[in-house]
Design a protein around this ligand. Structure first.
Ligand code: F6R
Length: 610
């Protein structure tokens, strides 16, 4: 989704803005631009469609001078991705410029109104109405904050704005509703950014702007006001992430680096929460009585986080014997969910900013449920709005396709399941101890799988021309198949579907023909025979098999074109292992096809619109 940056300080703003925008490239974009305020009356705006390298060349040619500016990477929603529609947008006299992340839902009515007042539009975006509204109110009020507040009261939808007024040459203004925005606090310089990695190089201390707040940022001060222009006190949050963690560090792609960081992500998430064989999960913030009386758990999430939730359902139900309902957040919020007393809701999100997940969390809260967020980004909106937060410690995830954050989410759900199971006495102390030990050994086992990369790469190279790839599995393997299939389709653009192995024959099997690749996951010994039979059904229709299983399943292995034998573990944890070869498989197919692994087409890292 769109990325916003802003700078005010003593440095020349343009290179700082470009550098910060580069750190937000992972969010996905199709055009980019900056606005710099220097000594001239007009704000200098440079923007272009395409990659940041194109913007950088324009900036190098035009050399805008000034110590204050805003920048933007645009992920088109309204209006095609061209230069006119790129941000910043500006008023006719170029004395007000703004960048926007979000969607102005009533832009049609506002455009009509402003056109009738004589305003001329240069773009087809929803955003441009905001800059003309600002111009309109600024002309009457002569006060930028008032003009911003009046503009915001007219705008429906979601927004994070960065705004410059030529009349205020020392100030960047910012405002937000339902789109992320942070102010980075430096020494004699301050920043705004949609996401912390953009400014980590300069500062680790940030203030998160909340809904209906306006920030006034100068190089030595940051003031935040409510929409009614009353000043409000804000606390800074320290982000411990190492800026190096947001660099590739010698890996060809962020995705490959992040795949290799999974053992560390799990260690950092799990180990500090296990002391003397016990799980301390104070963040769960539920009394033992409440845990014993639980009737249901609701999990809401999107994409891969949802797939982690599906694994969580199988694991929690098996270990803690509590019914779990997993919902796609975008469905949950509009299906008028019936939420019972004595249940709680887990929202899972890497970014902590996903609009649908946030809305689902709010719905659960509205209905009086206790909410727990499993979130990677500290200080993110979901983390702040949930009643309680269990942070995954995966570090910054830059590649659009999630890998290490997903693995850390799984690890967290195992911790939750084990904690609940112990309190509810649905596992014996001995089994609990064995499972905790096993959980702690997952990082080493992942390392063993990572060492098998070369053979997976060779097989992936042979599969790059495939048109359809199916993933099948039962139980936890079905949940893992969902994630394997998503990983493949999002970065290789090969059509893929994941099916519960037993369901394939109810329709989808008609798509299987000679040479169709079917990835068969069989890691649940109690289900081996069933999955082997379902695999046989596709083999006899011409399918080639990639098998993922443990070593004691010769019936599956003997018929596979390629197989990965997973290191032994308790089957409850198998999803953490089976996902590794599936990530590598997707990565190497994408690479073999010459695609942009880290920034797949049409996708955005942080999906802040519905
Ligand atoms: C897929 C992927 C997405 C995200 C989804 C939710 O690789 O990354 O499917 O999992 O957009 O994002 P978060 O976890 O930030 O809420």
């Amino acid at each position: 989704m769109c990325g916003i940056v802003g700078y005010v300080g003593n440095l020349n703003a343009a290179p700082v803005l470009i550098d910060s925008l580069k750190k937000l490239e992972y969010r996905g974009y199709d055009s980019a631009g900056i606005a710099v305020l220097g000594k001239e009356v007009e704000i200098k705006v440079i923007k272009t469609q395409g990659r940041l390298s194109a913007l950088e060349s324009l900036v190098l040619d035009q050399k805008p001078q000034g110590n204050i500016g805003i920048g933007h990477t645009r992920w088109a929603t309204h209006g095609e991705p061209n230069t006119e529609n790129a941000h910043p947008h500006y008023n006719a006299s170029r004395t007000i410029a703004l960048v926007h992340n979000g969607i102005i839902e009533n832009h049609g009515d506002l455009r009509q109104e402003l056109t009738s007042r004589g305003y001329t539009f240069l773009s087809h975006t929803d955003t441009e109405v905001a800059v003309h509204l600002l111009d309109y109110y600024y002309k009457s009020e002569k006060d930028p904050k008032k003009a911003i507040s009046m503009t915001l009261s007219r705008v429906k939808g979601s927004y994070a704005f960065g705004i410059l007024f030529a009349d205020c040459p020392n100030t960047v203004f910012a405002a937000r509703k339902d789109s992320p925005l942070a102010v980075g606090l430096g020494q004699g310089e301050n920043f705004i950014a949609s996401d912390a990695p953009a400014i980590l190089k300069h500062t680790h201390d940030v203030i998160y702007i909340d809904n209906d707040e306006i920030a006034e940022i100068q190089k030595d001060s940051v003031k935040v006001y409510h929409l009614n222009l009353k000043e409000t006190a804000k606390e800074a949050v320290h982000i411990g992430w190492d800026p190096e963690a947001a660099e590739k560090n010698g890996f060809a792609h962020f995705m490959l680096k992040e795949i290799h960081e999974q053992p560390a992500a799990i260690r950092n998430t799990v180990f500090p929460r296990i002391t003397d064989g016990n799980i301390s999960l104070d963040e769960l913030a539920l009394s033992e009585d409440a845990i014993k009386n639980l009737r249901k758990i609701h999990i809401v999430a999107c994409g891969s986080a949802y797939h982690a939730g599906v694994v969580g359902k199988y694991v929690i139900e098996k270990l803690a014997r509590i019914p779990v309902e997993v919902d796609l957040a975008s469905e949950f919020r509009y299906r008028e969910p019936i939420l019972e007393k004595d249940s709680f809701c887990i929202a899972i999100s890497q970014s902590g900013e996903t609009a649908d997940t946030l809305a689902a969390l709010r719905e659960a809260k509205r209905q009086g449920l206790f909410t727990v967020a499993i979130v990677n980004v500290i200080g993110s909106t979901i983390a702040r709005e949930a009643d309680s937060v269990i942070h995954t410690h995966a570090g910054p995830e830059i590649s659009v396709a999630t890998t290490k954050a997903y693995s850390a989410q799984l690890a967290t759900l195992y911790l939750v399941a084990l904690r609940l199971a112990l309190v509810r006495a649905t596992v014996t102390k001995e089994d609990f101890a064995k499972l905790v030990k096993e959980l702690k050994s997952l990082p080493e086992k992942i390392e063993m799988l990572l060492a098998e990369q070369e053979s997976i790469k060779q097989f992936a190279n042979k599969c790059k021309e495939k048109k359809d790839i199916f993933f099948i599995g039962r139980g936890i393997d079905y949940a893992a198949a969902l994630e394997g299939s998503l990983k493949l389709k999002e970065i290789s653009y090969i059509h893929s579907e994941a099916y519960a192995a037993g369901e394939l024959k109810h329709g989808t099997i008609s798509l299987i023909e000679k040479g169709t690749l079917v990835v068969s996951l069989a890691t649940q010994p109690t289900l081996y025979e069933k999955t082997v039979s379902n695999t046989a059904e596709v083999i006899c229709r011409g399918a080639d098999i990639l098998a993922l299983t443990f070593g004691d399943n010769p019936a599956l292995l003997q018929n596979a074109a390629f197989s990965v034998i997973l290191p032994e573990t308790d089957p409850i944890f198998s999803a953490s292992l089976s996902v590794i070869p599936l990530q590598l498989f997707a990565y190497h197919i994408s690479l073999a096809k010459g695609l942009d692994v880290d920034k797949p087409r049409n996708l955005a890292k942080s999906v802040t619109v519905e």
